[in-house]
Design a protein. Structure first.
Ligand SMILES: [Zn+2]
Length: 602
């Protein structure tokens, strides 16, 4: 694995639009600290009329826009190489400064909430661009603490983020994998190579040995990681209690603007109704690969491993342009810019964050992190991340910084939508049954597996963990292992053997440090599946509706956004339809597999 300093420049992202030099970055920090001081002096204790409300929010908007590139720069430069000392220190410093600013300015929310509602109504009339922000502040009123308590909590902001940083440090800096051996041959192992390659390896002996070596290294760190996670849970629970929420679930769902019913529905319906389809899929994999038994370590293998087209980074551009063409010209321009202006970090190097993500700083173009393996299925990963990019590219062009970000519940809809568009495009342009089977199996094995199985089982596990925390309990490694194992066993039944080591899967996802995030993947993909069907059937009108939804940013709730796109998520019908659709994809896989077997015989 290359060091960051050894990778090709053209495979890295260009962070210079954020800051040309380290000096410019340092100066920007100085500026925001000064603005924050000035704001305290000018407004603290003085927000007493509508005009002052507008003035302070205008100043805050300006400050917020200046803070965005600083935090983006520090977090992206760390994510490209977590072993970089300089980036670690830079990020820690920004965290400290930002906690200080948010403590210093916590009076804004406190003073707004002490005002008579008439004053706020007048402020909304004077400056309609702040209506959404003010309404959100008002929503918080029942859970707001004494101003001095708010200030003290804000001052601990970066400390409260400590567990997540510790998790990443353990995983990406301290954890070192030894080579593993199969039949006298030695193979290198790392977090990224396990998740990007070995887990998908078609040689069963190598794949299972990699799983064992990977799990055994995770096991060495299970107690530290569990303790870290338990600390994070305690912070969330204490915050929920202090603010007077009935439960930690209500506190975490409050920001998402959805109720418990929508949350529970995803987990309950999918674990029961999707499981039979996915067990069929596991059986099909087992049959095609001639495996004596199907284990947890085998679930990521491709249905047709000898048919995994390779694709270069340059070729991927054309796939994006063709696959997402239906989104229109403006979107195509964005796609071209993302390649021409190096928005995307493709390189594989030591210390790089695992998986893929998109960061969309307001006032700048989006950035995408991915570790390119040249497997064809990366076109789906890239289409997914470009879906986030396109979402914020459009939302930022229409909305101010306070209005641009929708609820977490909706975040994965535009991204998974692009995966569906890509699949539809590939299927429409080929009659080759083998290619068709590859495309469908990729949607099942990647898009649906990832969003409806991996993340959903994380959500089912997470719900059990929070139930314990809500009762005032704690967790440790053996409790977490047990919960995880139970969830996996319930879902897969006797169709898959839950290999020793699978119970440690809870150690792999950073999502647990982001509240009730895992379940939103299936929620987003439910919306995306339904809208992509609409696009297939209705074409342009459905596309236009969707673009309008993306431009709406955060000014509407998830239920309203889905409704704008023609999907009613107040009922369980869209989810049931989506599960049925996944079932139909697995039917097609079984049928195409039979046809291909017949063909070989003939
Ligand atoms: Zn995503």
């Amino acid at each position: 694995m290359l060091k960051r300093s050894e990778v090709k420049l053209e495979e890295t992202w260009d962070l210079s639009p954020l800051f040309e030099t380290e000096q410019a970055f340092e100066e920007a920090i100085k500026t925001v600290l000064e603005i924050s001081n000035q704001m305290e002096e000018e407004f603290k204790g003085k927000i007493d009329n509508a005009k002052q409300v507008v003035s302070v929010l205008t100043a805050y908007q300006n400050l917020y826009e200046k803070m965005v590139p600083i935090s983006t720069y520090s977090s992206l430069s760390l994510s490209e190489d977590q072993t970089n000392d300089e980036a670690q220190m830079r990020s820690a410093k920004v965290g400290q400064h930002y906690s200080k600013i948010s403590a210093q300015l916590s009076f804004i929310t406190s003073e707004l909430l002490q005002l008579n509602e008439d004053v706020l109504t007048e402020a909304k009339k004077l400056a309609p661009q702040f209506k959404h922000y003010i309404d959100d502040v008002l929503r918080q009123k029942p859970y707001q603490l004494h101003p001095e308590a708010e200030k003290a909590l804000a001052a601990f902001g970066s400390t409260f983020n400590g567990p997540y940083e510790l998790y990443n440090t353990t995983k990406l800096v301290d954890m070192k994998f030894d080579n593993f051996e199969v039949n006298g041959e030695s193979y290198p192992l790392s977090y990224n190579s396990f998740e990007g390659d070995w887990e998908l390896e078609s040689d069963t002996a190598i794949r299972r040995a990699a799983f064992e070596a990977f799990s055994s290294k995770l096991r060495d760190y299970q107690h530290t990681t569990a303790k870290t996670y338990d600390n994070h849970l305690k912070i969330e629970k204490t915050d929920a209690d202090l603010r007077g929420f009935n439960s930690v679930f209500d506190a975490l769902l409050f920001d998402q603007k959805v109720d418990r019913e929508l949350y529970n529905r995803q987990i309950d319906l999918i674990t029961t109704e999707l499981a039979p389809h996915m067990r069929r899929y596991a059986k099909l994999l087992q049959k095609v690969h001639g495996l004596e038994k199907m284990t947890f370590a085998d679930l990521k293998i491709s249905l047709d491993p000898t048919y995994e087209p390779k694709i270069s980074i340059e070729e991927s551009r054309q796939y994006m342009l063709d696959g997402l063409a239906v989104m229109g010209e403006d979107y195509q321009n964005m796609l071209n810019r993302s390649f021409d202006e190096r928005w995307i970090d493709f390189a594989q190097n030591q210390g790089k964050s695992t998986g893929a993500f998109c960061s969309s700083p307001y006032g700048y173009h989006p950035y995408i992190l991915i570790s390119w393996t040249s497997r064809m299925n990366e076109v789906f990963v890239l289409a997914h991340e470009l879906g986030h990019a396109g979402h914020f590219y459009l939302a930022h062009s229409e909305q101010n910084i306070f209005n641009s970000r929708p609820s977490l519940y909706f975040i994965e809809a535009p991204s998974t939508m692009n995966e569906m568009l890509m699949a539809n495009h590939l299927l429409a342009n080929s009659n080759d049954p083998r290619f068709k089977r590859w495309v469908i199996s990729t949607i099942v094995a990647r898009t649906y597996y990832h969003n409806f199985v991996t993340h959903l089982l994380e959500a089912a596990y997470q719900r059990k963990v929070y139930e314990i925390i809500d009762e005032g309990g704690s967790v440790n490694a053996s409790i977490l292992n047990q919960i995880k194992r139970n969830v996996l066993e319930e879902f897969w039944g006797d169709s898959v053997e839950i290999t020793e080591g699978a119970e440690l899967t809870w150690m792999r996802q950073p999502h647990y440090y982001m509240g009730l995030y895992p379940y939103t993947y299936s929620a987003g993909l439910t919306i995306a599946t339904q809208v992509s069907q609409r696009i297939l059937q209705e074409g342009e009108t459905a596309v236009q509706d969707w673009i309008k939804v993306l431009k709406t940013g955060g000014t509407k709730t998830p239920v309203e956004l889905a409704k704008m796109a023609g999907v009613d998520i107040t009922t369980d019908q869209p989810l049931k339809d989506t599960i049925a659709y996944i079932g139909s994809l697995i039917d097609q896989l079984e049928q195409l597999t039979n046809e291909l077997v017949e063909e070989t015989k003939a």
